[in-house]
Design a protein around this ligand. Sequence first.
Ligand SMILES: Nc1ncnc2c1ncn2[C@@H]1O[C@H](COP(=O)(O)OP(=O)(O)O)[C@@H](O)[C@H]1O
Ligand SMILES: O=C(O)C1=C[C@@H](OP(=O)(O)O)[C@@H](O)[C@H](O)C1
Ligand SMILES: [Mg+2]
Length: 176
Amino acid sequence: MSKDLKIVLVGLPGSGKSTFGKQLASVLQFPYYDLDHLIEDRFQMTIPDVFSRYGEGKFREWETEVLQKFLNREDSYVLASGGGCPCFNDNMDLINDKAVSVYLDVPLEEISMRLGLSKAHNRPMFSGLDQGEITLKLKSLLVERDYFYRQSKIKLSGEDFSAELLVSELIRLLKN
Ligand SMILES: Nc1ncnc2c1ncn2[C@@H]1O[C@H](COP(=O)(O)OP(=O)(O)O)[C@@H](O)[C@H]1O
Ligand SMILES: O=C(O)C1=C[C@@H](OP(=O)(O)O)[C@@H](O)[C@H](O)C1
Ligand SMILES: [Mg+2]
């Protein structure tokens, strides 16, 4: 790894990658980026539009392209990835090669409640689902994705994360 420090947050949709990512970036005084927004900027289309017009396959292709390019930048930042990002192509290996990956491991019931409350309007995988269906969908996603999330260099478990605690974990990791 080079002298810059890239932190990439991974975890299920609704685990708080975007929310915690902003807090962490502010504590570290690093710039914050959201991979979904980078994709939207690059292709001038919202994520729901990519899914409905081109399908998930095209989205995954674009996601890897944007991720790869961004990881090759020579600067420090916090990047919130999309929930599926680490689980397609070789994305988790790409992330671990260039960055410190952090898995936000939040209880499913909590995530389900958050997605129910936020109406999942910008999350095409959850649109139109009721609370029970959201929980079932999250369960099946976790079965598929846990294998990838578990490859993260740091795991934070719980519902609320402290940016300061993560900074001390980072220092420990970088010393070893
Ligand atoms: N620690 C938290 N406690 C309560 N609600 C949260 C917390 N973190 C995020 N949320 C809410 O959960 C929803 C999903 O958060 P978000 O950061 O967009 O997750 P992700 O980027 O992982 O999909 C948002 O409505 C957000 O306000
Ligand atoms: O889990 C997924 O496959 C996805 C999660 C979304 O990001 P968030 O995890 O920020 O919701 C977004 O990348 C897209 O809708 C697909
Ligand atoms: Mg997000």
